[in-house]
Each structure stands twice: as C-alpha cells, then as structure tokens.
Write a protein that binds this ligand. Structure first.
Ligand code: AMP
Ligand code: MG
Length: 402
C-alpha cells in the first residue's frame, strides 16, 4: 500500500492554506460568538466619577474618629442625582449605591452600622478612610484596551462593548460554504423514489448543520449525478464560495469523477487519501484567492469525520478563532477494544460521560462507515492511534467531542 499521509500533516497543510477572511461591521446584538477584528478602547475612565458602593451615609473620615459619632443629615444623594451639596465638618449625606460622592465627603458608612435620631445619624462602627467609595478610573482608564483584537465575543464582552458605548464593532466575516452531494443513486429528502437502488441523502443536511456549528453560512446546492458534464456545470460555481464541499466521487470507482474534475476546475490538489479511518479518500485543494475545496467521501460517517477533523478547523481559522479544533479530553475506556488492521488512525464513535471526576468512554458496537447510528448514538470519537491493535478496559484514551 502506498504511503498514506498522516492526519497531522494534512491538518498542517489545510491550516497553512487558510487566509483569515475580511471583516464586516455588526451591531452589538449580532456580535455573540464572533471574533473581534479591532482593539476596543474605553471611551472614558471607569468608573467615570467617585461613587458609593453601598447604601449608607457619606461622611468626612475625620468626623468618625470617635465612635459613636453623631452627624447632622443635610440631604440625600440617590444614583443619578443632580444635587451639589457639600459635606461640612459634623454633617453627613444619606447616599445610595452608585450615587456620586458629595463634595467634602471621602468615606461611606453602610446603613447597617448607623441609626437615625431627630435628623442626626449615629455612626456605630469605625471605617477606614475611603471605605465603600468606588474611585474614578479604578477599573479602567480612558483609552485603555478593554477587549483585544482576536478575542471571541461572549455575553461578557457584549456587556463591555455597550459600557464603552460601542454599538457597532468590526468582526471577521463568516465563510460562505457550498455543499454538493454527488451520486446517481442519491435522492433528496421528499424527492420521489423511482428505483429500488436509490438511497436518501444524509450528507447535504448533516453538513448544513456542521457548517453552522463551525460558524459558517451553508448553501445547499443539492445533489449532482455521476456525470462529468453535469458535475462540471455545477462546480463552475465554486468561485462564489469561500469554501466548497462535495461528498462522494473521490474513491476508487470509475464513476468517482470528482477526483478527475478538480484539476480541470483549476483546483490545486494538496492531498488525496489520509492515514485515517473512516474517510481515507478525503481530497483537499486550493483554488482562487485562498479558497478551499474539500472532496469528502460519500459514506455519511466518513463525511462527518472528515468534516470534524479537517473542515471544522479550517472554517474556524478563516474566522480568526484561536481555538480551532474540537475539544479533546482523556477518558477511561470502559470495555476491551480490538481491531484487525492497525495501519490507520481510527475515529471510533463512542459514548462519553463524566463520572467521579473523570471522563469515561464506550465505543458504539456498530462502526461501519455507512451506519449513521454510530453517530446518532455517540457524542465523541475515541482515537485509536496507528499501530494500536488492542486497548484494554481501564486504559486511558483520547476522545474528541463531536
Ligand atoms: P462514494 O464516496 O460516492 O463512493 O459513496 C460511498 C457510499 O456513500 C455509497 O454507498 C453511497 O451511496 C453513499 N453516499 C454517497 N453520498 C451520500 C449521501 N449524500 N448521503 C448518504 N449516503 C451517501
Ligand atoms: Mg458515488
């Protein structure tokens, strides 16, 4: 058997050929999950003015040296107040959380340590100078970078964006992905069956979901027959997309035209066939201006695995994510595992769960690449590395979450 390319090398080649997409401006509401393409700076100091961290009394520190201290209440400051009173020696202002610290005051005594008597407040506990005062600029200084370029926007970053008055931000564009299934025997969902040899597509819709999960915008181009002229007709449109996926037609069969057509279409093929199981005949090439072409094998499980291992990180990298791979963890294998041929790295669909501080995993019993049940009943791929024929119950294995 000719030397097959190891997965690491294939991933390296794919990522090497990714160019981050250009940027677009989105409203804050639409920014969740996107990657920032600019540094976000604070518009002001934060807090913008000294204010109270508690409901209580704003006082002069020097007035609360002898406890209990009795101070005359000269007014009230609530959050958003426009008052401009001055705390003179022997006086206090009733204050609420978020209200500006009045002139003359430097310390806030929380209400629970006070008592009110005939227009006076009795301070019953000592506090340090500056206690319960949030100082101007103590969190952020004006002009400071509050979110760096390249960061993925979570709800917390959305909060920060609005707090620095940014309604619109620059993020990396989402890739447009064309999806085309091929095969004379493939029927679309709801399409009437005319021959008993036909099967219904899984790949178009599975990939549609996988593309969305990876942050891309899927375009389902349906199903093309195994006919070079018709295939070419559809594949002429690959230039409209940032990334194009076909399924089927890359294996050893004479009617597997994709592998021949790619060259005619101006795709620079970087690899075809990897040392993995399933999805060995996966084809990858580059076309146009850093556009990526993936010819995935037609068996649904092969399509899914090839997407998760190669297309997913490519789509993530195009959008500027730092974390481009699916999450991988160590798990304890819960049954013995054997295979006949240890040539390739195998991605065994498995059930993974967390119990007693560890992940555990159990391969699904049916592992053929046409059996979608292996994916529907699994949430991870157990990785069986090249050269490994057997794994024992209790051994630690690598698992990639679906
Ligand atoms: P191929 O890669 O074209 O040799 O196809 C391999 C196997 O996958 C064949 O049994 C096909 O019928 C099946 N297959 C191809 N495309 C699809 C699809 N879109 N959905 C489900 N099965 C498919
Ligand atoms: Mg086919």
């Amino acid at each position: 058997m000719a030397e097959l390319m190891p997965l690491e090398e294939a991933i390296r080649i794919v990522i090497e050929n990714v160019k981050p997409l250009d940027t677009e401006r989105v409203f804050i509401h639409e920014a969740l999950g996107r990657v920032l393409a600019e540094d976000i700076l604070s518009d002001t100091d934060k807090p913008l003015f000294d204010n109270s961290a508690m409901d209580g009394y704003a006082v002069r520190f020097e007035d609360i040296q002898n406890i209990p201290a009795k101070l005359r209440i000269i007014g009230e400051y609530s959050a958003g107040t426009e008052e401009s009173l001055k705390v003179e020696s022997g006086t206090a202002i009733k204050i609420f959380t978020g209200a500006p610290i009045p002139e003359g005051a430097d310390t806030v005594v929380p209400v629970e340590y006070t008592e009110v008597l005939d227009g006076y407040v009795i301070i019953k506990k000592e506090f340090k100078k500056g206690a319960n005062v949030r100082k101007r600029g103590e969190d952020i200084k004006e002009g400071e970078v509050v979110i760096p370029k390249g960061k993925e926007i979570r709800p917390y970053e959305m909060g920060m964006l609005s707090s620095v008055n940014r309604a619109v931000v620059s993020v990396y564009r989402k890739p447009h992905v064309g999806i085309l299934a091929t095969g004379d025997e493939i029927l679309d969902v709801c399409q009437e069956s005319t021959k008993s040899s036909q099967i219904r597509t899984s790949n178009n819709y599975m990939l549609y979901g996988q593309v969305i999960q990876a942050g891309g915008i899927p375009h389902n181009l349906g199903i093309a027959p195994d006919n070079p002229e018709k295939l070419k007709e559809v594949l002429k449109n690959i230039y409209r997309y940032d990334l194009f996926i076909t399924t089927g037609g890359v294996s050893m069969g004479e009617k597997d035209y994709i592998k021949y057509l790619v060259k005619e279409l101006g795709i620079d093929v970087k690899f075809h066939k990897l040392r993995i199981k399933p999805a060995k005949p996966v084809l990858f090439g580059v076309y146009g201006d850093n556009k990526l072409f993936f010819g995935l094998p037609g068996n649904p499980v092969s399509t899914a695995v090839a997407f998760d291992l190669l297309v997913y990180p490519a789509l993530r990298a195009m959008q500027g994510y730092k974390n481009i791979f699916k999450e991988k963890v160590k798990a304890i294998l819960e049954t013995d595992y054997k295979r006949r041929n240890a040539d390739r790295r195998e991605f065994t669909r498995s059930k993974v769960w967390f119990e007693n501080g560890k992940y555990h995993c159990e391969p699904y019993p049916k592992q053929d690449s046409h059996m979608l049940t292996s994916l529907v009943n699994s949430n991870g791929y157990m990785v069986v590395y090249e050269g490994v024929k057997e794994l024992k119950k209790g051994e630690e294995v690598d698992v990639i979450f679906l």
